[in-house]
Design a binder for this molecule. Structure first.
Ligand code: UDX
Length: 447
């Protein structure tokens, strides 16, 4: 929304949320503490805020005034009832729809921005059409393809923008045009695709499933490499140079995280299962199974290399975010690696440049493997990578933050207990360059 406001000064954008603290943070003078860390975002907010970008808790007033409403609420995986652990929880979407229906007095275009399972638009339409005060609603699907950490850049120069709507009616086409025109302020027309609503919804799930599948594919090969002496980085390079395959999303890693991949694939699996498409469901589920295996395998490998015990050993974890340049930790591999090591009675010290101590504890508490006190006793969070490595038996690099590449590894080595172990879960360290230091070093896909 901030980018739309920046690019279209003639459009008034109001972002509303019921969370007062969150809105206050978006309105705060200190742009360094916006609720979301994203390179370039503060500058965009600075330019547009107060001009045509507003943050408010007055939800009803904003609905009343708006011609277009983007629904951008959470759609987490359901944690209860039917479809638990797989289906998307549409509770928040439905609450939004009901509030819009209740408040709206004039015709509106309602846009699904949240990633939703196919056919949610139908549910939305049903609620809006049956509870409104004779107000006409057009429902569009406009899935977001930005990746965290590069969000502003991805929005500025998107590979494509997708607008799904009711292409069979004049009103539907008009609504789609209205949204297309907004994006056309800065995106070339040929990159704006218009489709029917179902195609648009399914495209988002499919795009994420394909991307995640590439990571699981290369991660599957990484285990094979470790058994045979091939180097997964070399294999990935050779494979990626085939222009039909391409080089992106072939970095072997400790496993993908983030709020989208796992959730969207589970969603796809759930949809396939509910349509009795067992093979389709199993096929995509394997992407998740491989990812869980990769995280477990990395942690188990750490324990086995450290003479089969980490009990009472101090392990420094560098990185908690699910990838660099974000403070988002949802489904981050770090959480699962930490949990595994804590079960083995390791002591953990975490350093991440953007993730707060509070968030790290809350991620572990949420997993629920041990009580809140036990997590605080066994895990320490520090503000300096050097401090994290002090007297550590091992270091695990779990997020590819650039600053980890630049660490003075001689100094790090000197601070650690010997023999010192270095496990690179992101393949970012040039092991050749530091080979003389004396570390026992391990990385993904080459032993
Ligand atoms: C993803 C999609 O890329 C984006 O289009 C969609 O809108 C939302 O979901 P995001 O989750 O922000 O974006 O991050 P992404 O860059 O896709 O990375 C996801 C995970 O895969 C991260 O944990 C990342 O470290 C990991 N990854 C990525 C790899 O392990 N190897 C790779 O080669 C690429």
């Amino acid at each position: 929304m901030a980018v739309i406001a920046q690019r279209c000064p003639e459009i008034n954008v109001t972002v509303v949320d019921i969370d007062k603290a969150r809105i206050a943070a978006w309105n705060h003078d200190n742009l360094d503490n916006l609720p979301i860390y994203e390179p370039g975002l503060a500058e965009v907010v600075k330019e547009a805020r107060g001009r045509n970008l507003f943050f408010s808790t007055e939800v009803d007033a904003a609905i009343d005034k708006a011609e277009m409403i983007f629904i951008s609420v959470n759609t987490p995986t359901k944690t209860y009832g039917s479809g638990k652990g797989m289906a998307a929880d549409l509770k928040w979407i439905e609450l939004c729809a009901r509030q819009i229906a209740e408040v709206a007095k004039t015709d509106k275009i309602v846009i699904e921005k949240s990633t939703l399972p196919v056919r949610t638009a139908a549910a939305l339409k049903d609620i809006l059409d049956n509870t409104g005060n004779n107000v006409k609603f057009q429902i569009l699907s406009n899935p977001e393809f930005l990746a965290e950490g590069t969000a502003i850049e991805d929005l500025r120069i998107p590979d494509r923008v997708l607008v799904g709507g009711d292409i069979d009616t004049e009103e539907g086409k008009e609504a789609m045009d209205a949204l297309v025109n907004i994006y056309a302020s800065w995106v070339p027309r040929e990159k704006i695709l218009t489709t029917n609503v179902w195609s648009s919804e399914l495209s988002k799930l499919t795009a994420n499933a394909f991307l995640a599948q590439r990571i699981s594919s290369i991660n599957a090969i990484s285990e094979l490499c470790e058994k045979t002496g091939a180097d997964v980085n070399e294999v990935a390079k050779a494979v990626g140079m085939d222009t039909r395959v391409g080089p992106k999303f072939l970095n072997a890693s400790v496993g993908f995280g983030g709020s989208c991949f796992q959730k969207d694939i589970l969603n796809l699996v759930y949809i396939a299962t509910s349509l009795n498409l067992k093979e389709v469901a199993d096929y995509w589920e394997q992407v998740i199974i491989m990812n869980d295996h990769q995280k477990r395998r990395f942690a188990a490998n750490m324990v086995s290399k450290m003479y089969n015990t980490v009990s009472g050993k101090k392990i420094a974890m560098l990185g908690w975010a699910f990838k660099k340049n974000t403070n988002d930790t949802r489904e981050s591999a770090s959480i699962y690696i930490a949990d595994y090591l804590l079960n083995e009675h390791a002591e953990i010290v975490v350093y991440d440049p953007k993730v707060t101590e509070e968030q790290i504890y809350s991620d572990l508490d949420y997993l629920g493997s041990r009580n809140v006190d036990a997590n605080r006793q066994a895990v320490t969070v520090v503000n300096d990578p050097m401090e994290a490595c002090e007297d550590a038996h091992a270091i695990a690099i779990l997020t590819e933050w650039d600053e980890f590449k630049k660490l003075d590894w001689q100094k790090v080595y000197d601070k650690m207990l010997k023999p010192a172990f270095l496990f690179d879960g992101r393949n970012i360290i040039n092991f050749q360059r530091i080979s003389s230091l004396g570390f026992n070093m391990f990385r993904i896909g080459y032993l």
